[in-house]
Design a protein around this ligand. Structure first.
Ligand code: NAP
Ligand code: MG
Length: 403
């Protein structure tokens, strides 16, 4: 069989721990035998980030702006333990945070649905996609630990030096805590457009939620910007496509989503999206079955798995023990990126290959062959629990039948 040729390189962002092991296996077993893989490689493994003072993360995001499509492996966000473990020069920031800040993108997370795994929520029949605003709020806050009595104020000074606002946050009688956070209209506007475009693309209703009744300026601004953009730019398109835009309070969406059948895009502010996407992922079965794509307003795409580096399994692997780590979400990060690259470059074989690899992966689980994490979830009668590598080989067997 002749290998599929690529035109534009994919931006390949390698990562850490167990997912780094899986990354190489996927390339070796499922991709390189079939594709003349053309990638521009960035090593986002923690060691190399430390060596380059995290410049490699910035370079990889700039390359994504240049080429348009990236695929990313899960990476360690260092904490104090990691600084010790890897003897780091400093506690580098979350690579995902850095990349999101550069691309100003929106993250869409959707579950991989297979027939034999029923969601915990009985009414859910279709995927629920969480759109997470990826800029600002508590992720770009400033915080202060108050140790004594004193006054905290919120002050705004204009660029030409005029004090336009001064409000007391709290008169402290003793110790406490404060934080200041922000967002910018430009980012909220691109978030809104990304959500409207994605919902139209997927032909799904878009729900958006904040807590504007309590946060009368901050959250209310999100609500107003969405409404204005919808009325001016999307209302007609939504009506023509037969899909709906619907705003309500976050607690109301939580109540509604549990009773819905799914098949909607739920747009969330940054923190809400962080929390709700883990809840939705668990309810659909497993974090290991959740995909994630960052879409920038300029139309750049970065595909990844929603889960982390699966540290516990990696330590088992280092001890020479067998692992049974689920590679589905990482496979789907690759297929998402290859399909997008194929669409943009007009390479039909690449699009078709990506679709077949997804089909083969789902079929493997539907046939009863799966990693340990899915064992209790799957309703297949005869289950065969396999290790990390054997799962990929089983996928490859089914892929060969489809090609
Ligand atoms: P995690 O890597 O997602 O793993 C948490 C647990 O979920 C695992 O211990 C495992 O449970 C289960 N799990 C997750 N993915 C799985 C898979 N593919 N197959 C089987 N089981 C899976 O989260 P974490 O342990 O909180 O974080 C580990 C590291 O990942 C941290 O350094 C964090 O900074 C990083 N992280 C990176 C990203 C990213 O790059 N996007 C996202 C989140 C976290 P059992 O142990 O019970 O088997
Ligand atoms: Mg989270």
């Amino acid at each position: 069989m002749e290998k599929i040729k690529m035109k534009t390189p994919l931006v390949e962002m390698d990562g850490d721990e167990m997912t780094r092991i899986i990354w190489k296996m996927i390339k070796d077993i499922l991709l390189e035998p079939y594709i003349d893989l053309k990638t521009e490689y960035y090593d986002l493994g923690l060691e190399y980030r430390d060596n380059t003072e995290d410049q490699v993360t910035i370079d990889s995001a700039m390359a994504t702006k240049k080429y348009g499509v990236a695929v990313k492996c899960a990476t360690i966000t260092p904490n104090a333990e990691r600084v010790k473990e890897y003897n780091l020069k400093q506690m580098w920031k979350s690579p995902n945070g850095t990349i999101r800040a550069i691309l100003d993108g929106t993250v869409f997370r959707a579950p991989i649905i297979v027939d034999s795994i029923k969601p915990f929520v009985k009414t859910w029949k279709k995927p629920i996609t969480i759109a997470r605003h990826a800029y600002g709020d508590v992720y770009k806050d400033v915080e202060y630990r108050v140790e004594e009595a004193g006054k905290a104020e919120l002050v705004f000074t204009s660029a030409d030096g005029k004090e336009l606002s001064r409000q007391t946050v709290h008169d402290f009688k003793g110790s406490g805590i404060i934080l200041g956070m922000h967002n910018v209209d430009k980012s909220i506007e691109s978030f809104a457009r990304a959500c409207f475009n994605y919902a139209l693309d997927q032909k799904q209703d878009l729900w958006f939620s904040t807590k504007d009744t309590i946060s009368k300026k901050y959250d209310h601004t999100f609500k107003d910007i969405f409404q204005e953009i919808y009325d001016n730019e999307y209302k007609d398109k939504f009506e023509a496509a037969g899909v709906e835009y619907f705003y309500t309070l976050i607690d109301d969406v939580v109540a509604r989503i549990i009773r819905s059948e799914g098949g909607v895009v739920w747009a969330c502010k940054n923190y809400d999206g962080d929390v709700m996407s883990d809840m939705v992922a668990s309810a659909f079965g497993s974090l290991a079955m959740m995909t994630s794509v960052l879409v920038s307003p300029e139309g750049n795409y970065e595909f990844e798995a929603a889960h982390g580096t699966v540290q516990r399994h990696y330590y088992q692997h280092l001890k020479g023990q067998e692992t049974s780590t689920n590679s589905m979400a990482t496979i789907f990060a690759w297929t998402g990126a290859l399909r997008k690259r194929g669409e943009l470059d007009g390479i039909d074989e690449l699009v078709s290959f990506a679709n077949k690899l997804e089909e083969a992966s789902k079929k493997t689980i539907e046939d009863g062959v799966m990693t340990k994490d899915l064992a209790q979830l799957s309703e297949v009668a005869e289950k065969k629990i396999v290790n990390t590598e054997d799962f990929l080989k089983e996928v490859n067997n089914r892929l060969l039948e489809l090609l």
